[in-house]
Design a protein around this ligand. Sequence first.
Ligand code: PLP
Length: 377
Amino acid sequence: MRELAEQGRKVINLGEGELDFSTPDYVKRSGIEAIENDFTKYTEVTGIDELKSAIAFKLSRDSGVDYAKEQIIAASGGKQIIFNAMLATLDADDEVVIPAPYWVSYPDIVRLTGATPVIVECDRDQGFKLTPWGLREALNTNTRWLILNSPNNPTGAVYSRDELSALLDVLDDFPNILVLADDIYEHLTYEMPGISPVACRPDLAERILTVNGVSKLYAMTGWRIGYAAGPEWLIKAMTTLQSQSTTSAASMCQVAAGVALENSLDFLEPRLTELRERRDLVVAAIKAIDGLDCDTPGGAFYVYVDCRGLMGRRTPAGDALESDVDLAAYLASEAGVGVVPGTAFGLAPYLRLAYGLSREDIERAMGQITEACAALS
Ligand SMILES: Cc1ncc(COP(=O)(O)O)c(C=O)c1O
């Protein structure tokens, strides 16, 4: 899409996992002040005290679990946190259970450590969610981690308390398995509020690494601050690793993230209203297109579109669409709209549409997708 834009084509990219909202003003100001006050040096590896206190406050408020500072680490994004957790714990024989569709980085991070990702497909008819029996089948004595992500990227699926509890109950029979709970889209929900696995089962706090960050909720992707809370031994191992890689997250960004986390979520309501309207726009347009279909996702800012109905159809140039990758390429070139094929997320044929852009852009993009699909035969 960037190449097409550079060639002067007018393109709309529904492929980016990023919101067009601004970082809240008071958060921006705290970062600027930190720089002006010369808070520009190395910090403690796990993060400054103010940030760790804000993280502990947030986790206590939202999940009802109290963490000590030794159980918390901040890093340069949730992605670095996940990478540190996997690299610190995995050996070559280990397996990590990843429900598909999954965030693209999980399997690659696991592979980078030499361990094996075990992908469990979660179909549309099960709401793209892992079931207790699907989980049980995937577990064995080599399983080290289960990765859970709710609200989910790429489907927007949100697990209920009962669904999460049923999954965690399975793990009672496998006491050595850890859970990586990726809560990065927490609070971005539209009907049912999301719940963190550790809030469901606080008694499993010693086996759950809760991962979160400021990227999505506070529209702070560029500040690069993520964090985790979990068992002290694991945080210590991740700290050792981080001390020999990035040392710490950027000092002024830590200050700003702390301010974001310790303040109220009042700024969120109008943003959620706007996102819900964008989601409904996308869903209504998709349902009106012959050959495409989707369910209404409960969270994040993605719609996972079922495109089975378009497979085999021909483009005006006479090419058959044989996969979601073909369809995404066709929409890029014909409609000027960027979408990500489901193949990238481990469940095809689907398209992920991200509605992080303005309503105007989304309306235009959906109009262009509608026209391009109507031109198929
Ligand atoms: C599911 C999921 N987890 C983690 C991340 C990492 O976010 P960041 O590194 O910006 O904190 C992303 C970003 O797209 C994501 O979609």
